[in-house]
Design a protein around this ligand. Structure first.
Ligand code: SPQ
Length: 427
């Protein structure tokens, strides 16, 4: 249980933990590479620890102390058949990317996760991996976990993805690295491109032509040093907190600014919020900056189209901010919210309404009417880290006290969240 009191003002200089998407990939690619990979700035959140535990069960030696990780890569075919079921916990990224990797391996593995993973769709990766030649089964014709995977002898495909999903794109490209010929994935809109960037850093030739990414089979990865920037999806909660609490300002250092992830900054600015990017630089292949955020009066906006994949995980906290923006904020084209850790259209509407917010669900998003005075509420994260944190941010602007049940889910992506909020609160 996390208790949040109405905040007077937020101020200070902070760092957010490492990027979750990049941390997962650094461990996975390090395990497949030849030689040692060292990682700095790793996110020691529950999801990325699940990735480490799965690759240990696949025979890879990995040491982890806080945000430092060393992976002793044994080359692509250095993985061993696991003696136990691979448990991905709550992590969709782990199971979907690992499905692509296991599809190339000449052994059998079973993968499962928690109750939330058991409800998330897997055929989006199972379908194309089967087309490449992998033998994969699961409940409901391979739609749901546990997945049983027996890989090897793949053929490249040209896959037209019906969804803009980095997990789908990455699973197919990873399988493609050990398939015959060329494998390509074309997306309807650009999803995050951390896989493409990091594969290049590990020495792989990845080609990009508009919305199509392709790789040739038979390529090797070489171990290296990876520096993981702070997670913009975690910084988003602090940006929103500053916008919710009058008089606040915050410097958030070392935030990943990959353009496929910065939709939150575009939206806050479109709403009239002040965010200054300072000290912009490139670390490894990823852009990074310090963000100086100042409380601003917000106006409503429309969030839609190709912006959606650039901020999909930030929509719960954008909905929270919209309660303090004058006018009607419309979020559309965001059906993908239904297949996240929870159905985030349903959970945002149910939990945000408890504060007295005016929020209406639609088929592909939601409509929020502001400005509304929020009152403290009893919230349930529903086991979804982003719902827990978004509602904690609402609590900072709500009268009285807010309690967040099942708050331990927050550790999935932002260990130390509650302590950081307490540190920036000014009495
Ligand atoms: O890993 P998981 O559980 O899928 O995590 C989420 C999140 O909110 O942290 C989604 F629920 O982020 C995904 C993101 O939505 C992480 C991700 C990645 O690292 O590749 C890509 C996005 O998902 P998708 O399905 O659009 O590829």
């Amino acid at each position: 249980m996390l208790r949040i009191a109405k905040a007077n003002k937020l101020s200070g200089q902070v760092k957010v933990p490492g990027d979750k998407s990049i941390s997962h990939r650094a461990v996975m690619f390090g395990a497949l590479a030849e030689g040692q990979t060292t990682i700095e700035g790793f996110l020691p959140g529950a999801d990325c620890l699940s990735t480490i535990s799965c690759f240990r069960k696949l025979g890879i030696s990995i040491t982890q102390a806080g945000d430092r990780v060393t992976v002793e890569g044994k080359g692509w075919f250095g993985l061993q058949e696991p003696e136990e079921i691979l448990d991905v916990g709550n992590s969709g990224t782990t199971i979907r990317l690992m499905a692509g990797i296991l599809a190339t391996q000449p052994f059998h593995a079973v993968v499962e996760g928690d109750e939330s993973i058991a409800k998330r769709p897997m055929r989006r990766v199972v379908g194309p991996l089967r087309q490449m030649g992998a033998k994969i089964d699961g409940r409901k014709q391979g739609e749901f976990t546990p997945l049983s995977i027996r890989g090897g002898d793949l053929n490249g495909i040209a896959y037209q993805s019906p969804v803009a999903s980095a997990q789908v794109k990455s699973a197919i490209l990873l399988a493609g690295l050990q398939a015959k010929g060329v494998t390509s994935v074309t997306e309807p809109l650009l999803s995050r491109d951390h896989t493409e960037r990091m594969l290049r850093a590990f020495g792989v030739d990845v080609r990009q032509d508009g919305l199509t990414v392709s790789v040739e089979g038979g390529q090797k990865l070489t171990g290296r040093h990876i520096v993981v920037p702070g997670d913009i999806s975690s910084a988003a909660f602090l940006i929103a907190a500053v916008m919710m609490v009058p008089g606040s300002s915050l410097l958030i250092e070392n935030v990943g600014m990959n353009p496929s992830r910065t939709g939150i900054i575009d939206v806050v600015r479109a709403m009239g919020g002040t965010i200054e990017c300072r000290n912009e630089r490139i670390v490894n292949e990823e852009p990074v900056a310090d963000l100086y955020v100042v409380h601003s009066e917000l106006t409503a906006t429309v969030v839609e189209g190709d912006l959606i994949p650039r901020l999909i995980d930030e929509i719960p906290v954008i909905a929270v901010m919209a309660t303090q923006a004058s006018g009607k904020t419309i979020i559309r084209d965001a059906e993908e919210l239904k297949v996240k850790e929870t159905d985030r259209i349903v959970t945002v509407v149910s939990e945000l309404s408890k504060f007295g917010a005016k929020v209406t669900p639609t088929d592909d998003g939601m409509i929020i009417e502001g400005k509304t005075e929020l009152h403290g509420a009893e919230i349930d994260s529903m086991g979804d880290h982003r719902i827990g944190m978004a509602m904690a941010v609402a609590g900072l602007a709500a009268s009285g006290t807010t309690s967040i049940g099942n708050a331990s889910a927050i550790d999935v992506s932002f260990p130390g969240f509650a302590g950081l909020l307490a540190n920036i609160a000014v009495e």
